[in-house]
Design a protein. Structure first.
Length: 308
């Protein structure tokens, strides 16, 4: 009798475990994924590529900013995680927060490399005033390359090298059957135009600060959003900066204490740090600074981190 009871318990336990495994397997994966392609700053950190990220919905990718190494980081994510939308020839939508060099130095890479690798159709780019001028100058700088690749032995598709540039203002700037993108103004020192973006997909809302100091617009746009991706600088490292750089960073960027205040009011389900200015401090110290004033979930992002 005792053995029979033990056998029954074992059978029931196995059945329960099988049920749990089955329920886990049946849980649908998020349609939307956030991939940090580059989390760096103008500092030449070999472990962090220039500022760039991708939002992937199903198998379509939407890029934000184009720092150093953009296309190769996208290819690395495609290979590592199987993200079809990040294969180089699939890169065709880009949103630019502002025209600082660290956020745009990979623009020629975005335009040309996927075209060489047989992108289908033109690229679509959205960003502040001045982007059309930048695009035209890039095209002029690479004119001999364009001509040779399109009219030479490669017989490249001229449409793959075409870029439709849209200079934006605050509001809904893009919409398709997978995503709606809203642009909103943020304060980034003396830049005349600097934007953050809100991506609304079938299962996620993601807000991206771009580069900025404390901006109420981020609080208003997030309000319980799923993910807030925000730049930040460490007050510990800042304390030892030269006076001119202290003035600069206070006017152009967001301190850890300010970000804690923003996140407390915005209430994101997840706060992801990027463009981390740490200097001679540490990543652990930066997180501690934020957690001193913010009780929500916060992660210091690294290149090729994925969130869903």
């Amino acid at each position: 009798m005792k053995q029979s009871r033990l056998n029954l318990i074992l059978v029931l336990s196995l059945a329960l475990m099988a049920s749990c495994v089955k329920s886990v397997k049946q849980t649908p994966s998020s349609r939307t994924k956030l991939v940090l392609l580059g989390t760096g700053t103008p500092n030449a950190d070999p472990d962090r590529s220039g500022p760039s990220l991708a939002i992937i919905v199903d198998s379509t990718s939407y890029l934000v900013d184009c720092g150093t190494g953009l296309v190769r980081r996208a290819a690395a994510a495609a290979n590592k995680f199987g993200f079809e939308g990040l294969k180089p020839n699939r890169l065709n939508k880009l949103f630019v927060t502002h025209l600082h060099s660290d956020h745009t130095i990979g623009y020629a890479d975005f335009v040309l490399t996927p075209a060489v690798l047989e992108r289908t159709g033109p690229a679509e780019v959205y960003g502040p005033a001045g982007l059309i001028d930048m695009n035209n100058h890039i095209r002029q700088a690479y004119k001999k390359d364009y001509d040779l690749r399109i009219f030479g032995l490669e017989k490249g598709d001229s449409m793959a090298y075409k870029v439709n540039v849209h200079e934006i203002s605050p509001g809904v700037i893009y919409k398709d059957n997978l995503v709606e993108v809203q642009a909103f103004s943020v304060k980034h020192g003396s830049w005349d135009q600097s934007y953050g973006f809100k991506f609304v997909t079938p299962d996620k809302s993601i807000v991206i600060s771009g580069d900025c100091t404390y901006s109420e617009s981020i609080i208003n746009m997030c309000q319980d959003c799923d993910i807030l991706v925000h730049e930040v600088y460490s007050l510990d490292g800042y304390a030892r900066r030269p006076p001119k750089w202290k003035t600069y960073h206070a006017d152009f960027h967001t301190s850890s204490k300010q970000l804690a205040q923003i996140a407390t009011k915005a209430k994101p389900k997840l706060l992801v740090l990027t463009h981390q200015l740490i200097w001679d401090s540490t990543e652990e110290k930066l997180l501690e600074e934020i957690r001193n004033d913010y009780n929500g979930k916060v992660i210091s992002g690294k290149d090729l981190d994925v969130f869903e």
